[in-house]
Design a protein around this ligand. Structure first.
Ligand code: C5P
Length: 239
């Protein structure tokens, strides 16, 4: 497979065309951003860690019957994925109160929710990714009701698989964000990444934060936290 022209450059990844029109080449970058780009840093190793962790998680999900855009990991920082057109919604699943949910609703961080909660946010940096109701999604034609039902079903399935997977590794999956896209046949596929950048992962014994909150809240060394996750997932050690 040949790497082609740059198609899109995001905050954490660059996307390149390939000689196959249905496949794109993703390169994970070392840049870290938080609070809608207000806080920025270059963190050596972050691209490698997120690429390796995402590749392991998408492989696990594939084995558990959850299809995604993921095709294969190419190198420490690169992977091949199916080209999809991204649905402009961020799908967040919460098991335990934290982050914006705790802040907005005054629910103490760490409080387990009575059932997994799914929220949708508009994927729009200029607007700061506002929370959406199902009716807003419908009226703004961001997705059909049927598509929203598919996104919810897929998000719950991902939550089920990953909650028990992480639990076996001594990690609580507090919440996470998913993105979905449509492939050339119109099928909705899980896309983007699933990594400590997009999940809250808390050590079940110490409650240590092993995710991007380390960067957001200046809690310590981000690569050490991400390396801890990679090692527990059985990933390759870095020399
Ligand atoms: O900030 P908030 O509490 O809404 O985040 C919920 C989850 O979604 C967290 O795991 C966070 O890392 C993830 N998220 C993300 N990208 C965003 C917003 C949230 O990965 N733009």
């Amino acid at each position: 497979m040949e790497k082609g022209a740059l198609l899109y450059e995001g905050k954490a990844k660059s996307v390149y065309l390939t000689d196959d029109e249905n496949v794109v080449w993703i390169e994970y970058k070392d840049s870290a951003t938080a609070f809608n780009g207000e806080k920025k840093a270059e963190i050596t190793g972050k691209g490698r860690l997120n690429n390796q962790i995402t590749s392991l998680i998408f492989s696990k999900l594939h084995n558990e019957g959850v299809p995604s855009h993921f095709i294969q990991q190419l190198s420490e920082t690169e992977q091949l994925v199916k080209k999809v057109s991204i649905i402009p919604l961020e799908t967040v699943v919460r098991n335990v109160a934290a982050g914006s949910f705790s802040k907005r609703l005054g629910v103490e961080e760490g409080q387990r929710l009575s059932k997994p909660l799914i929220e949708f946010y508009l994927k729009n940096d200029d607007l700061g990714d506002p929370l959406l109701t199902d009716d807003q999604i419908d009226v703004l034609e961001l997705a059909t009701k049927e598509e929203v039902a598919v996104l919810k079903e897929k998000a719950l399935k991902v939550n089920e698989v990953l909650t028990s997977f992480f639990k076996e590794l001594g990690i609580q999956l507090t919440d996470f964000k998913l993105e979905f896209g449509k492939d050339e046949s119109g099928e909705i596929l899980l896309a983007d990444e699933i990594s400590p950048d997009t999940c809250r992962l808390w050590d079940m014994e110490t409650n240590a934060k092993l995710d991007k909150d380390v960067f957001r809240r200046d809690l310590g060394n981000l690569t050490e936290a991400y390396e801890n996750i990679l090692q527990r997932l059985g990933g390759p050690s870095h020399v």
